[in-house]
Design a protein around this ligand. Structure first.
Ligand code: C2E
Ligand code: MG
Ligand code: MG
Length: 291
């Protein structure tokens, strides 16, 4: 009987696996037409400067609305796009869209407004011409490189085939800023970070979510903040969902925060309202806290 159960379990697993594989194949097929059919959009989530309350940064997050599959999460389709060799094309669309949006918000919201975008390892590893084309595109605009921040993951820094040092230097020369996303989930060695031209370290949300109940999560955040500051980087906490988490991050010297506590990612048209709401809350928060 135990053997039967074991066999049943195996078949459940393989059925799940088959279903998952089918879904990936389906997604890869549908992705090919998604660009042409304008099924992608970017949503934007505010990043708050904790010292000043200034709201001048947003992260661009891709959304895919498929006619029959509905909303497909980037956590699901980005890995498929990477494997299917479609990520560079999607990445170009993200870059182009963010570039246009940054120019617009620099005119309408603030001259120093910045948009942060996610760059997959595969894009960063692509031949030199890929990033070079972005920089060329940027030079054709009356927009400084500073308008964009690229988010890469820490694993890339250890990947010699991605020539991280050289490529980061290229970006820096063009004025773009660079952020290390999901910090703490990969190789997590701050000791090699000092070699690279980076500007921000983003503490992964898994540490932020543990802040109020796990003293080790707090110790970890404090250590990341202290070491980042010692190396000259600013720190962004992502996935901030509660006032308690925010208070702990503020008292730990964290520079920026982003999360549902402030606002969810929203379509471009809704961003000014979202920023207005956050501003109002920050204002009443500081007014209430004043002596
Ligand atoms: P990420 O870059 O680490 O983005 C943060 C994710 O956390 C986003 O999920 C965001 O919606 C979500 N988030 C923000 N605040 C909170 C919060 O308070 N609580 C919780 N639980 N979640 C929060 P999303 O938009 O589903 O994106 C997932 C991942 O997909 C991103 O993680 C990024 O790695 C990737 N991704 C998104 N857009 C792009 C893109 O344009 N290009 C590439 N290459 N990857 C992208
Ligand atoms: Mg990110
Ligand atoms: Mg992240």
């Amino acid at each position: 009987a135990a053997k039967d159960r074991g066999r049943n379990r195996t078949s459940y697993f393989s059925r799940d696996l088959e279903a998952a594989t089918e879904q990936r194949v389906r997604i890869a097929r549908e992705l090919r037409s998604a660009l042409a059919d304008s099924q992608f959009s970017l949503h934007y989530q505010p990043i708050i400067d904790l010292r000043s309350g200034v709201l001048r940064k947003v992260e661009a997050l891709i959304r895919w609305q498929h006619p029959t599959l509905g909303q497909v999460s980037p956590a699901e389709f980005i890995p498929v796009a990477e494997q299917a060799g479609l990520i560079n094309e999607i990445g170009d669309w993200v870059f182009e869209t963010a570039l246009t949006q940054a120019a617009q918000w620099r005119r309408s919201l603030h001259p120093e407004f910045q948009i942060t975008l996610n760059v997959s390892p595969a894009q960063f590893r692509a031949e030199d011409a890929y990033l070079a084309r972005w920089l060329q595109r940027l030079r054709a605009e009356p927009l400084p490189g500073r308008a964009l921040v690229l988010e890469i993951t820490e694993g890339l820094l250890l990947d010699a085939s991605a020539s991280p040092e050289q490529r980061l230097e290229l970006l820096r020369e063009a004025g773009l800023q660079v952020s290390i996303d999901d910090f703490g989930t990969g190789y997590s060695s701050l000791s090699y970070l000092h070699r690279y031209a980076i500007d921000y370290v983003k503490i992964d949300q898994s540490f932020v979510s543990g802040l109020e109940r796990d003293p080790r999560a707090l110790a970890l955040c404090k250590a990341i903040i202290a070491m980042s500051h010692a190396l000259g980087f600013q720190v962004v906490a992502e996935g901030v969902e509660t006032g308690g988490q925010l208070a702990l991050l503020e008292s730990s010297g964290c520079d920026f925060a982003q999360g549902y506590y402030f606002g969810r990612p929203v379509p471009a048209a809704d961003l000014p309202d979202s920023l207005g709401r956050i501003e109002q809350r920050l204002w009443s928060h500081s007014a209430a806290g004043a002596p």
